[in-house]
Design a protein around this ligand. Sequence first.
Ligand code: ATP
Ligand code: TYD
Length: 243
Amino acid sequence: MKQTNLLYSGKAKSVYRTDTKGKLIIEFRDDITAFDGRKKDVLKNKGNFNAEVSAFVFRYLEKNGVKTHFVKMIDENKMIVRELSMIPLEVIVRNLTAGSLVRKYPFKEGSPLNPPVIVIDYKDDSRHDPMLNDDIIIALGLTTSAELKKIKTICLKINHLLKDFLAKQGIILVDFKMEFGRQGKTIYLGDEISMDSMRLWDKKTGKSLDKDVYRFDKGDVMATYNLVTKRITTTKTRVHKKR
Ligand code: ATP
Ligand code: TYD
């Protein structure tokens, strides 16, 4: 498969067409941004770490029956994916209170959320990704009611799988963001699952192991990404037991 023209260049990834219909190449670049792109830097190898963790997570989820866009890695920072018609939603699952939830509502940081809380934002930088509710999503025609129900079910399954897997590595999955898209009528998990899109805390020390290290200048970002990548990808996954 050959990479052809650039389709889209976002804040951290570039998407290329290929000579094969229905397949794209996603390049994870070394760019890192926060606060709607107001803070930005280039950190050597960051793209490789995020690509490696995303590929690992996609493979693990596929093994456990979740449909993802992932096909295969072709380079340290490039993967072939199924071309999706993206649904402009940022679907966030939260197991503990942190980030915008603590800024906006009277929660104490680090309080457990049982059951997990799903927050869905409209993916539109020009509007600063406003939070949606089910009625607005359907009124805007972003999904049908059945699709929304399905997306929520898939999200909770992914959360259960990831939370359990990471807990075994001594990592707490505080919250994470997912994006979905369609190919035909089928909904697939797209985009990435990486240190940029998950909020991870070390179980022993409580220290941040994700992009919060960059957002809030908490330490050496690349040393953290390197360490987390090793902790996540050097473990054998298995098919998760049914609850
Ligand atoms: P943000 O950082 O807010 O997620 P962005 O658009 O700047 O936004 P990037 O990750 O840099 O994000 O760009 C990747 C783009 O590719 C995103 O718009 C994402 O929705 C899109 N995308 C991800 N997976 C697929 C796929 N399988 N098919 C088509 N587009 C995809
Ligand atoms: P959230 O607490 O809403 O925002 P902030 O990052 O401003 O504190 O983020 C919840 C989780 O979702 C966190 O793990 C980061 C991830 N996320 C993204 O990857 N992209 C986004 O655009 C947003 C809003 C969140």
